[in-house]
Design a protein around this ligand. Structure first.
Ligand SMILES: *Cc1c(COP(=O)(O)O)cnc(C)c1O
Length: 464
């Protein structure tokens, strides 16, 4: 394959991609395959001789496509959506062709300067104040790990990286019992240990952490000789969309001199709409905030926007400058690899530029508003039927329900039956120990009719 062949095949792939998306509603959302179906069709060893692209594409259709769960399906109502708007896909294609490494300003001046500006566009879009600076991390998990390492180093006076953790005081980090597992894993990887992640009980309609219990835990820990290092709050946690009272958390953090990190991986996108911002009232007081444009906003995976009030504490934690990375560039430049754990970095700012320019902020807002409106309307339609129980009310487009009076086994059986039907895709979660069905909407191109199909599918299969 050479670059002349590339041009021909790339046009074919573009046609294939447009057709895939235009007919995607005809496919079952979840792959209807059994374990081993795909691997049994793949040869055990790599080929010795090359073959042409037409053969490879034919096998791709035959072997791979039946084993795909269609994340870009408009009736994907499971997990959280991981969108890939067509404008962002084009940007990724272009970025793959240039394939730059964006670790230093000098290795990719355009990517670096675009990253700074795109994150500032997003900051303005979210209504965050001037003064935050942003970096694109590969995932929210990485941003949270970077924030936890910063909490650790700040609390240990930057000695953890130098001396290691043995012999250091035992650090404590606080969060609610609703947070995503990426918080636990950041704590493990940072060497702080699960026992020192203190989970505060969540309360109230928004299932935020109880601030009085948070203050008590910190006071008790100090008395016991632990060193509190930081608080991680959530806006739109994964299970049911829990939102902490960020002002209350920020007040405690200020009084206790703790570093604060906000995980708004999913719900952050909704903050481009001013009417949803009360959910994260107080966010502008946090030291570190992450949200994933690769979820609801429409940027192709991967793209996590990480905002910092003072990037110097992050740089002090992560930057390392061996001679071979010194560029001796003059002037006011940023080397973004000093802000993140991996050295090599993809050109991710380009897809944000294509995305925001192609749809405009108003175009993006109207999609988010539609998703929330249609999802909440579906919730009300089910609430009106005696055979369903709404377990947690909508937070943005996320809510949970179950068949009234159903056992956990019956609820799980309904989820399985719905997903095997294929018209829609849902997942289950636990609320106060009870199994419930979780509904969330946010596929970039979903339409109101997709929610009618969801209503029909859920009611038909539940009645069966
Ligand atoms: C999706 C999600 C994450 C993890 O995001 P990655 O980018 O996959 O690491 C973390 N927190 C919340 C609340 C999420 O919804």
């Amino acid at each position: 394959m050479n670059w002349d062949d590339f041009a021909t095949h790339a046009k074919d792939v573009a046609d294939w991609g447009a057709d895939y998306h235009k007919t995607i509603r005809d496919r079952p959302v979840r792959a209807q395959t059994a374990p081993g179906d795909v691997s049994s069709q793949l040869p055990d060893s790599p080929p010795e001789d090359g073959t042409d692209m037409a053969n490879i594409m034919a096998d791709f259709e035959k072997v791979v496509m039946p084993g795909i769960t269609h994340w870009q399906h408009p009736r994907f109502f499971a997990y959280f959506n991981s969108n890939a708007a067509p404008a962002s896909v084009l940007a990724e294609f272009v970025a793959s062709i240039i394939a730059p490494q964006c670790m230093l300003w000098q290795t990719s001046p355009a990517a670096t300067e675009m990253e700074t500006r795109m994150l500032d566009w997003l900051r303005q879009g979210l209504g965050l104040p001037d003064g935050y600076q942003g970096v694109i991390q590969d995932s929210a998990s990485s941003a949270t790990l970077a924030a936890v390492l910063t909490m650790r180093e700040r609390a240990l006076n930057w000695q953890g990286n130098v001396q290691g953790l043995s012999g250091q005081p035992v650090l404590r980090i606080y969060c609610s019992d609703q947070v995503h597992t990426s918080i636990d894993r950041a704590i493990w990887v940072a060497g702080i240990g699960q026992d020192n992640l203190v989970k505060i009980r969540s309360t109230g309609d928004l299932r935020g952490l109880d601030p009085i219990a948070l203050q008590d835990a910190i006071t008790r820990d100090r008395a016991a000789g632990f060193v509190p290092a930081g608080i991680i709050a959530a806006t739109g946690a994964t299970g049911m969309g829990a939102c902490d009272d960020l002002d209350a958390v920020a007040n405690i953090a200020k009084a206790e001199n703790l570093f604060t990190h906000l995980d708004a991986a999913w719900a952050g996108t909704a903050m481009i709409c001013p009417e949803f911002r009360p959910l994260w009232q107080g966010a502008e007081r946090f030291d570190s905030i992450v949200f994933n444009p690769h979820k609801w906003l429409g940027a192709q995976f991967d793209c996590a926007a990480h905002f910092l009030r003072d990037p110097d504490v992050l740089r002090q934690t992560l930057a390392i400058r061996p001679e071979y990375l010194k560029t001796h560039a003059q002037g006011d430049i940023i080397d973004y690899s000093e802000w993140s754990i991996p050295l090599g970095r993809r050109f991710r700012a380009l897809k944000l530029w294509f995305l925001m320019r192609s749809y405009g902020m108003e175009g993006l807002r109207s999609r988010i508003r539609n998703h929330v409106t249609w999802s909440q309307a579906l919730c009300e339609r089910l609430r009106a039927l005696p055979e369903f129980q709404i377990v947690t009310d909508p937070i943005l487009s996320l809510w949970t329900f179950k068949p009234a009076g159903a056992s956990d086994e019956d609820t799980q059986a309904l989820v399985e039956a719905i997903n095997t039907d294929g018209r829609i895709y849902l997942t289950q979660t636990l609320v106060d120990g009870v199994k419930v069905i979780r509904f969330t909407a946010g596929q970039f191109d979903c339409e109101e009719r997709d929610f009618d199909t969801a209503f029909d599918t859920i009611t038909e299969i539940a009645r069966r």
